[in-house]
Design a protein around this ligand. Structure first.
Ligand code: FUB
Length: 482
């Protein structure tokens, strides 16, 4: 394996170069590389599951060990929950049990669905099959109930058992579809962890993979592209299927080829077809792959996808983005132009309730990590790093105090000038308070500051200041009071 070429410190300094405009909202997550978005909505919250490209890649290959989650209730502020499941949850995929060398790699595109109070995560372990994990809540813990692949690796097909999409139709029938270059599918049984194969041959859930259904491949595959395949494809279908239903019409969105991938779609009156190709939804972006995830939330429909837009990004270090997806009156889908602004907020954020520090609309120079007290916290805070939280409603009377839970490193103890500037509107906007951060001996301690001039709705900026070069402190949560 090639030696890592990029240290975490270099990555952090690159992240610090991200644009400080008050409009950039894509990519959705800036603290890590994310790919293969799998959004789902449950009880007023949008759960964005995705795969995770490690900061340090492998030479010309993906380096993917776990699946991560972020949530939002307003489409602009995302609470990051870190890794919620990983390859380690599938012991059958280990080197010992599968004879496969790459145990530490292969956590490709997942999808998660809720049924009867249980959460089912379908996770491909590239080359070894698709597993299923079950949890009582979306954050896990997820466990493997069958202790073997749900879908076995296809003989000779490195990409056949990847990219599961799961869908429950209006009659309550669940389907799992997956694959590259073939599209395979089964009907899942009610238990969601077993299936019948009556539709389980190659094809779009019983419907053949025709040009009429999946579009013409133009130009045809050639040997020697970035991700060569042994088989030439007859249609534009590549991988990344995503089933979705709207107004009595079923949609199959998918990553389409040749590489670099664009996004295409087909529609059908039932999940079993007949399917008709609809066209291109998104032209190729900056990564050689793309992967659609479509969901309805608070009256709008959103297309999640990925590109290579974060600093240091490339085809193996991707980032999930989101834009609104619109429909023509006949149900056809106009092309989506990717934006850096992302969607408009659909709710305000209440600053008088505890807010996790890893609830972020945009950030520069920070990372997240599991917190010893549970959940996640923000780490990597250096002089000049910042977090933006959007659409914060301070109310008519406004805030009088700010409290944050912080843990300073030993070094920070010696640098009492560490502080959080609390600003409104923009990075150098109105200063409404400053919290000097005292040493805490590494313990989480609440620290408070007076606030003046914060009323009505604003974007909120936490700008971190202190001795240059050192990590200043860690940040767990915050809350304003009236
Ligand atoms: O993330 C690894 C693979 O790249 C996914 O499984 C494909 O959909 C493509 O995005």
């Amino acid at each position: 394996m090639k030696k890592p070429t990029r240290s975490a410190a270099v990555l952090l300094s690159m992240l610090a170069l991200l644009p400080a405009t008050s409009f950039a909202r894509n990519p959705v997550i800036q603290t890590m590389y994310t790919a293969d978005p799998a959004p789902m909505v449950h009880q007023g919250t949008l759960y964005l599951f995705s795969s995770h490209d490690e900061d340090v890649g492998e030479a010309n290959n993906f380096n993917m060990k776990n699946w991560v989650l972020a949530t939002t209730t307003d489409m602009v502020n995302w609470t990051q929950h870190g890794a919620i499941a990983s390859l380690r949850d599938f012991p059958w995929a280990s080197k010992e049990n599968s004879g496969w060398d790459g145990f530490d790699n292969g956590a490709w595109a997942p999808q998660v669905i809720e049924r009867d109070g249980k959460w089912y995560l379908y996770g491909p372990v590239q080359g070894r099959g698709i597993g299923v994990l079950v949890a009582d809540n979306p954050l896990g813990p997820y466990i493997d109930p069958i202790k073997k692949p749900l879908i076995a690796g296809h003989a000779g097909g490195l990409y056949d058992s990847i990219d599961p999409t799961v869908f429950i139709d209006d009659k309550g029938q669940a389907y799992l579809a997956w694959g590259n270059p073939n599209l395979w599918s089964v009907k899942l049984n009610k238990d969601m962890i077993s299936y019948d194969t009556s539709v389980g041959d190659k094809g779009i859930i019983g419907h053949p993979m025709t040009v009429k259904a999946l579009g013409e491949r133009n130009p045809p595959d050639t040997v020697g592209v970035t991700k060569p395949k042994p088989a030439l494809r007859g249609t534009s279908y590549e991988e990344g299927p995503w089933l979705y239903r709207r107004k009595n019409l079923n949609y199959l969105f998918f990553a389409a080829g040749p590489i670099p991938e664009h996004l295409g779609y087909a529609t059908g009156p039932t999940v079993q077809g007949p399917w008709t190709y609809g066209g291109v939804v998104m032209t190729p972006q900056s990564a050689f792959t793309n992967h659609p995830g479509v969901v309805d939330f608070k009256g709008k429909t959103y297309l999640f996808y990925h590109n290579a837009a974060l600093p240091g990004g490339d085809g193996f270090k991707r980032s999930v983005c989101v834009d609104e997806l619109k429909f023509n009156p006949d149900g056809s889908v106009p092309m989506v132009q990717p934006t850096t602004e992302g969607p408009a907020p659909v709710a305000t954020l209440d600053p008088y309730k505890r807010v996790e520090a890893e609830t972020i609309a945009w950030s520069s120079g920070v990372k997240i990590e599991p917190n010893s007290a549970g959940g996640q916290n923000v780490r990597g805070i250096h002089d000049g790093a910042y977090i933006q939280v959007r659409n914060v409603d301070f109310g008519a009377t406004g805030a009088r105090a700010f409290t944050a839970s912080l843990a300073s490193t030993a070094k920070a103890k010696e640098t009492p000038e560490s502080r959080i500037e609390i600003r409104l509107g923009k990075l150098d906007g109105q200063l409404v308070g400053t919290l000097p951060v005292s040493g805490t001996g590494g313990q989480w301690k609440q620290q408070s500051a007076q606030i003046s001039g914060a009323s009505s709705i604003h974007d909120l900026f936490f700008v971190f200041r202190g001795a240059p070069g050192e990590e200043l402190f860690k940040f767990d949560y915050w809350q304003f009071s009236k």
